[in-house]
Design a binder for this molecule. Structure first.
Ligand code: ZN
Length: 480
């Protein structure tokens, strides 16, 4: 499948060059062929579309997934080794309409609607107009639709692919919109905005019981892994945490299913009774959250969890080749930059440098707790003893330098672009010994990759804007 289009173009080009020499055919034709404008090859549009979405992943994250999976798990990374290598590969620029650095709402909106919006907006343009989302278009075309995430189901990405809000934080209104839209599959965290006011864990400001309301519309409701694996219905609502689902390092396997398990269950539900096919979005949000926290160990396991889900989706695509499988992302998070560094500050010399390799990766692999969980365990004002004890237990082989320790105990940062405490300081501790450095606790402007396999994949080839991604999806769903 590798570059068949390019090859055929080169043949066409050679033919045209010859023809031009003899018959004087306009040169413009050859130029068109050379730049490889994607053919309108949606002649056979996909029946199903699966969008695998790694929030916060750019090429550096993907390559870290590939490297760490090979070294520590002894297995290939499906995203890079199969989807990117054998499928069609493209890149997207990510800026929102009101700046250079995007948030997930603006990027998700662009990729879902084909329109630029401001940061924080959910499929609403800067002049206040709601614009059609991928899932709305799919539903109007009689396709079944599904949204799965490790974040809350009303978080920016699933919301931007289906709903509308001037601001992404209008959670209760977004959940109410889900009930009206009726996605056939809705899974993730975020039970808090489904529970009526007064119920334990509820964040609603009214007495509506949204879980009961979904049940009344024929949904099977699942609240833990066993219920997910036993689900048989074609319409399912899975709420596996009050807020976000946990990092792999902290996850209670019985309460919260893996991304791959949710993917299998979603495909099982959507492929039932679907003569017009389906559109499914699967997001792993922990990749983004680990980036904000500068937590390389959590990032590594989130990438593996996502890739396990890509494998499930790829198996489905191979069994149902009328399915388009897309693996992509919205932006980079954290300015992740594995790099060489000095072992200590005693001497700037070659001998005092190290280059991250297998030894450093194995050190990272020994970490047994996410920075989020460290923050939860220690609270806002940790004692030095509690901090030292926790690090000795869960960060074996790491040494917290006095400068970082002092900042953690004082709850202070030293840089304007590091605002997650104590996460970013622990990230620096890990970086000093492993070389897994970070540039920020925010998002960056790295273009994101798009890998696609199946009918319509060619549309995503090359360097495009994130709005082009949305336009292609609309076109494919509408069968144009
Ligand atoms: Zn983010």
């Amino acid at each position: 499948m590798r570059q068949p289009y390019l090859k055929s173009n080169l043949v066409a080009l050679a033919t045209k060059v010859l023809a031009t020499a003899f018959a004087g055919i306009a040169l413009a034709l050859t130029v068109d062929a050379l730049i490889g404008v994607p053919a309108a090859n949606a002649a056979q549009p996909p029946k199903n579309i699966i969008i695998m979405f790694a929030d916060g992943a750019a090429p550096t994250q993907w390559d870290f997934g590939r490297y760490s999976s090979r070294v520590l798990r002894g297995q290939p990374f499906v995203t890079t080794d199969i989807v990117f290598q054998q499928g069609t590969l493209g890149m997207l620029s990510t800026h929102p309409s009101n700046g250079y650095v995007t948030d997930s709402a603006a990027a998700g909106s662009a990729m879902s609607t084909g329109h630029k919006v401001n940061n924080g907006a959910v499929a609403v343009t800067p002049d206040g107009k709601p614009v059609a989302t991928v899932m709305e278009v799919a539903k109007a075309r009689g396709r079944r639709i599904g949204l799965v995430t490790t974040a809350t189901v009303y978080d920016a990405t699933p919301a931007a692919f289906s709903l509308h809000a001037k601001l992404r934080w209008q959670y209760q209104a977004l959940v109410d919109q889900y009930l009206a839209l009726e996605p056939d599959v809705l899974m993730g965290g975020g039970a808090d905005y489904f529970l009526p006011k007064g119920a334990p864990g509820s964040k609603r400001n009214d007495g509506k019981d949204m879980i009961a309301a979904f049940r009344a519309k024929g949904y099977q409701v699942m609240r833990n892994t066993a219920e997910l694996n036993a689900a048989t219905g074609p319409k399912v609502l899975g709420l596996f945490a009050d807020a976000d689902m946990d990092f792999e390092l902290d996850r209670d396997l019985a309460r919260q299913p893996a991304t791959a398990e949710m993917t299998a269950a979603a495909l099982n539900a959507l492929s039932q009774a679907s003569p017009n096919g389906f559109v499914l979005l699967i997001e792993n949000e922990n990749i983004d959250t680990a980036g904000h926290a500068n937590d390389a160990a959590s990032l590594m396991r989130a990438l593996w969890a996502f890739d396990d889900a890509v494998r499930v989706a790829l198996d489905f695509q191979r069994r149902s080749p009328d399915t388009l499988l897309i693996v992509t992302s919205d932006h980079e998070s954290g300015g992740f930059s594995p790099t060489e560094a000095l072992r200590d500050l005693s001497k700037v010399s070659w001998e005092n440098r190290f280059n991250p390799g297998e030894e450093q990766l194995r050190l990272l692999g020994r970490i047994t707790m996410s920075f989020n969980a460290v923050r939860e365990k220690l609270g806002g004002r940790p004692s030095g003893e509690a901090l030292d004890e926790l690090l000795a237990r869960h960060f074996r082989g790491f040494k917290l330098d006095p400068d970082l320790r002092e900042l953690i105990l004082k709850q202070q940062t030293r840089e304007h672009n590091f605002t997650y405490l104590p996460h970013n300081l622990l990230g620096r501790m890990v970086a000093r010994q492993t070389g897994y450095y970070w540039g920020t606790s925010g998002h960056t402007t790295q273009p994101v990759l798009v890998g696609a396999i199946g009918p319509g994949a060619e549309l995503f080839r090359g360097y495009q804007d994130n709005t082009d991604f949305g336009k292609h999806l609309h076109r494919l769903i509408q069968g144009k």
